[in-house]
Design a protein around this ligand. Structure first.
Ligand code: SAM
Length: 189
């Protein structure tokens, strides 16, 4: 059976994580990616996790508390395009990885969704701060209004990065028919 894209993203990111890393979850949502990252950075690491919605912060906080990992995470209610200000506040100059899981909060307010402009701005910020050995993972859904355009904008952004510095791979599940999701991975070379 094909490995779901979320799992593929986790597997790939896990191969980069080292105890003590600073990392970003650009789209906290229900907290699954934040929880995964918190487990991977170890006791000395830190996850900077962003979402616009208080519902996402509440859900994620609960999830982290249950797992006793809340102290490894800074939960930030703000747009991911302002992430560099928060990293600078904590004196963080570089990050091992950033995860983006685009779209709207599953089970929440579908009108609050990521959009090309702020997503690309956030991607520009993370690519400027990525470690020498690092990864950016972007999972883009194309079935909702604006999703296709956003996925295309991210793909264009990734493919315009200098090939001497970054390797880009794009996974699209073969079995998916209409509006398949896309996993775009940007790895340093
Ligand atoms: C598909 S969900 C993320 C799923 C999440 N990674 C998880 O593991 O559950 C997308 C999230 O992005 C959030 N979002 C939308 N625009 C945003 C922005 N500009 N900055 C940060 N988060 C944003 C939405 O509120 C939503 O919760």
């Amino acid at each position: 059976m094909a490995v779901p894209l979320v799992k593929q993203a986790h597997n790939k990111v896990a191969s980069y994580l080292i105890e003590g890393d600073r990392v970003v979850d650009a789209t906290m949502g229900n907290g699954f990616d934040t929880l995964f990252l918190a487990g991977g950075v170890g006791e000395r690491g830190k996850v900077y996790s962003f979402d616009l919605q208080v519902a996402a912060l509440t859900k994620t906080k609960e999830r982290l508390k249950e797992a006793h990992l809340l102290d490894r995470v800074r939960l930030i209610q703000d747009s991911h395009d302002r992430l560099s200000a928060y990293l600078a506040e904590d004196g963080v100059r570089s990050i091992r990885c950033a995860m983006f899981n685009l779209g709207y909060l599953p089970g929440g307010d579908k009108t609050v969704k990521t959009g090309s402009e702020s997503t690309i701005k956030a991607l520009d910020s993370v690519v400027a701060q990525i470690e020498e050995r690092g990864i950016i993972s972007i999972l883009a859904y194309t079935g909702h209004a604006g999703g296709r355009e956003e996925a295309d904008a991210v793909r264009k952004w990734a493919l315009e990065l200098p090939r001497t510095a970054f390797r880009v791979t794009i996974e699209i599940p073969e079995a998916a028919k209409n509006s398949p999701p896309e996993l775009i991975l940007v790895e340093t070379v």
